[in-house]
Design a protein around this ligand. Structure first.
Ligand SMILES: Nc1ncnc2c1ncn2[C@@H]1O[C@H](COP(=O)(O)OP(=O)(O)O)[C@@H](O)[C@H]1O
Ligand SMILES: [Mg+2]
Length: 280
């Protein structure tokens, strides 16, 4: 196993001195070359798991092993791509992508060649001299992916990288990411709260429950790549995952709305959640 989380608990200290348990007893293993998605409602601890794997946060209890070694911090073998591209606005696309290689003291010529290869991989070879403000949201995220790929990490950690994009752009990037994954054979751990996206991209999906964050269920996505969005296997699986997620959402809504939750449910007899309660 390339990544192993063993019995991980994570508590954060709140301002009022109390502690908040964010992750409870997380056991998760990810194989080399696997594409795994983590999905779950907002606030369930998805980013916290990713930050632990990246070495940006540490488990309060339990262990994270990467290639059998306990992780002590961030490393060049694990790179995160965030929702915001985080490009330097004063550098052009090529300079942005080369930046990490130059920091590693790579010769300029070699860095430029590697950066151009990475840009071609995300179909932006023609835009190497453009500046970030000249690019669309989808193009910026492609540059962010190229900037991660050029460092040649074993593991790519992606935290809702397409969440801010429109539907069409996101679909195009789904095809590109599948292609990149198949060409580079990287391990990809992908976070999303979009079930369709998880189903389109992953071999395996881990669904999280919330408060505290637990791993609730796993789903295997048994369909060939590149994925066809209208494939029945995918459509069916999407429905199954949605049903599991709805149970989680109901729990969250009940906690957040208290008595109002019951009122709202009573008011909407057609609501699909309407019949799930026992005391209505
Ligand atoms: N550094 C932190 N300090 C305190 N609480 C945090 C910190 N980071 C995250 N949290 C809390 O932990 C919970 C899970 O956060 P996060 O992992 O970002 O969830 P997700 O990515 O699933 O939306 C949230 O309630 C969030 O407010
Ligand atoms: Mg998050």
């Amino acid at each position: 196993m390339q990544v192993e989380l063993q019995q991980v608990n994570k508590l954060f200290q709140k301002d009022n001195g109390q502690s908040l348990q964010v992750l409870e007893n997380i056991n998760l293993t990810i194989k080399r070359g696997e594409f795994l998605s983590l999905i779950g409602p907002s606030g369930c601890g998805k980013s916290t798991i990713l930050h632990i794997i990246a070495g940006l946060e540490f488990p309060t209890e339990g262990k994270l092993l990467v290639n059998g070694q306990q992780v002590k911090g961030p490393g060049p073998d694990r790179i995160v791509v965030f929702q915001e591209s985080g490009l330097f606005p004063w550098m052009n696309v090529l300079e942005n992508v080369m930046y990490g290689l130059l920091l590693k003291k790579m010769k300029r010529k070699e860095a430029e060649e590697k950066a151009m290869d990475a840009l071609r991989m995300v179909h932006l070879g023609r835009f190497s001299k453009a500046f970030p403000h000249e690019l669309s949201g989808g193009m910026k995220q492609r540059v962010a992916i190229a900037r991660a790929l050029v460092m040649d990490p074993d593991i790519l950690l992606m935290d809702e990288p397409f969440a801010a994009l429109d539907e069409q752009t996101r679909m195009v990037l789904h095809y590109e990411l599948q292609e990149i994954w198949q060409k580079t054979k990287k391990t990809i751990i992908f976070i999303t709260h979009n079930i369709r996206e998880a189903v389109m991209l992953s071999q395996r999906i881990a669904l999280m429950g919330t408060r505290p964050g637990i791993l609730k269920k796993e789903f295997l996505v048994e369909a060939a790549f590149p994925r066809n969005p209208s494939d029945n296997v995918l459509v069916h699986l999407e429905r199954r995952i949605l049903a599991s997620l709805e149970q989680e959402m109901e729990k969250v809504l009940k906690e957040e709305m208290g008595d109002d939750y019951r009122l709202q449910k009573g008011a909407h007899v057609g609501d699909p959640l309407y019949h799930l309660g026992s005391d209505i």
